[in-house]
Design a protein around this ligand. Structure first.
Ligand SMILES: Cc1cc2nc3c(=O)[nH]c(=O)nc-3n(C[C@H](O)[C@H](O)[C@H](O)COP(=O)(O)OP(=O)(O)OC[C@H]3O[C@@H](n4cnc5c(N)ncnc54)[C@H](O)[C@@H]3O)c2cc1C
Length: 387
């Protein structure tokens, strides 16, 4: 699944112009109101096919490959993070639907997801449990329906998503093989959504508390195989960790660009600070982190496009990415000095937005666990592909 090189060049150029000309100007409004103006932003995102980027062309999507999507998502990560999370969560969940759904489900859902008529969100994290086998949400079969009870929190796009991919036990006796993914319609009786307190960064969107109280969900809404939802999703979402690394990359690139420009303009003791070796050291370290992250992300995306599993690579990219963007935004703040801590420059926002990368798709300890387990289980580089 990929656009031709020529079609992609055109799509990417138009998308980059769109991001900077039509979305970046909302930064001040989002920061001052703590609201992404959805009435203006969502129609623009729909017009530019932003919700169908990872949906195959055969189902009405743009059909980007992972390698083609990474630079677009990185560009979104240079502007306000509140917009980036809308795009990321929808596309990642859309990709999961495309991978897990049966053919009839794909026919019904994907064309609507691709246009943004349906907005899909991802409901895994719970307030009363750890992520994975610890989940407390339960769905019990009753004829052609499941009766779902449980709670989720921190669920992105909860103010407007039409469907929530909700992870719950359908057979607790089977452990990890008893967890299913149910697609729950927002309008389901017994399903309530409440906004959580505002965020440190990536502001402007609602990340909701979801409560399911005796919700009747059609059994045909199971995504993938009953009981194998978590296992299948772990595979489907490897690439999503890579996409968080792409987010770190975009934010780090912007922080570097702003720091280069600022260092040439800011004069102390009669010279631009760019001429001071101490500042050059910061810039050199930032550029090195960006280059390393770019290389890792593009390598892993190529592997994913060849149909290879990338559990270790995706977690290494995600882990290195959050550390790299952490270092780069730290140094960007130092290059800017005191004014960088004010809202005069976007550095303070990029700094806050970047800290979400620690958490999305699992904290560092989870990534370390996945990486170590893969290597202990015999994972090795594939030299045939230059890995
Ligand atoms: C803005 C935002 C948007 C989000 N959007 C979504 C979304 O759309 N859908 C969704 O499902 N989730 C979403 N999340 C949740 C996010 O994925 C989780 O917050 C993240 O994975 C961490 O899980 P947790 O909050 O339960 O932390 P916890 O699991 O409580 O972890 C707290 C700390 O304890 C450590 N820890 C926990 N358990 C262990 C263990 N067994 N061994 C070692 N260390 C451990 C962790 O590493 C961490 O340092 C979002 C979060 C935020 C902040």
């Amino acid at each position: 699944m990929a656009l031709t090189a020529e079609a992609y060049r055109k799509f990417k150029k138009e998308m980059i112009e769109f991001i900077w000309e039509e979305l970046d100007p909302y930064e001040d409004e989002i920061e001052s109101t703590d609201k992404v103006p959805l009435d203006k932003v969502l129609p623009k995102l729909r017009r530019m096919h932003c919700f169908g980027m990872l949906v195959p062309e055969g189902y009405g999507g743009v059909g980007l490959s992972a390698s083609q999507y990474v630079p677009i998502l990185a560009e979104f990560s240079k502007i306000h993070g509140g917009i980036r999370v809308i795009v990321h969560v929808h596309n990642t969940t859309a990709k999961a639907v495309a991978q897990l759904a049966s053919e009839p489900q794909k026919q019904e859902l994907l064309p609507r997801i691709a246009t943004g008529e349906y907005s899909v969100a991802f409901g895994l994290t719970e307030p009363d449990a750890g992520t994975g086998r610890d989940l407390q949400s339960r769905a019990v079969r009753d004829g052609d329906e499941f009766i779902l009870n449980g709670r989720k929190h921190l669920i992105t796009n909860s103010e407007f998503a039409s469907h929530f991919m909700t992870f719950c036990y359908t057979d607790p006796s089977r452990g990890a093989h008893g967890i299913s993914a149910l697609l729950v319609d927002r309008e389901t009786p017994g399903f309530t959504i409440r906004a959580m307190p505002p965020l440190m960064g990536c502001r402007g969107g609602e990340h909701g508390y979801l409560t399911f109280k005796d919700c009747r969900v059609p059994a045909k809404n199971i995504m993938g195989t009953e009981g194998e939802g978590l296992v299948q999703m772990t595979v489907a979402l490897e690439v999503s960790r890579l996409f968080i690394a792409a987010t770190s990359l975009g934010t780090a690139e912007r922080a570097l660009d702003l720091s280069l420009a600022f260092s040439k303009k800011r004069v102390t003791f009669g010279k631009p600070i760019a001429e001071r070796q101490a500042v050059q050291t910061y810039l050199a370290e930032m550029a090195t982190d960006v280059y390393a992250l770019r290389s890792m992300v593009h390598d892993a995306a190529r592997k994913a496009d060849r149909g290879e599993r990338i559990p270790a690579e995706a977690s290494m990219c995600k882990l290195f990415g959050l550390e790299a963007v952490g270092r780069v935004t730290d140094r960007a703040l130092l290059v800017h000095g005191g004014v960088g801590y004010t809202r005069k420059y976007p550095i303070e926002r990029l700094y806050r937005d970047a800290r979400l990368n620690w958490l999305e798709e699992g904290p560092p300890t989870i990534q370390q666990l996945v990486i170590a387990r893969n290597f202990l289980d015999g994972y090795r580089w594939d030299d045939d592909h230059g890995g």
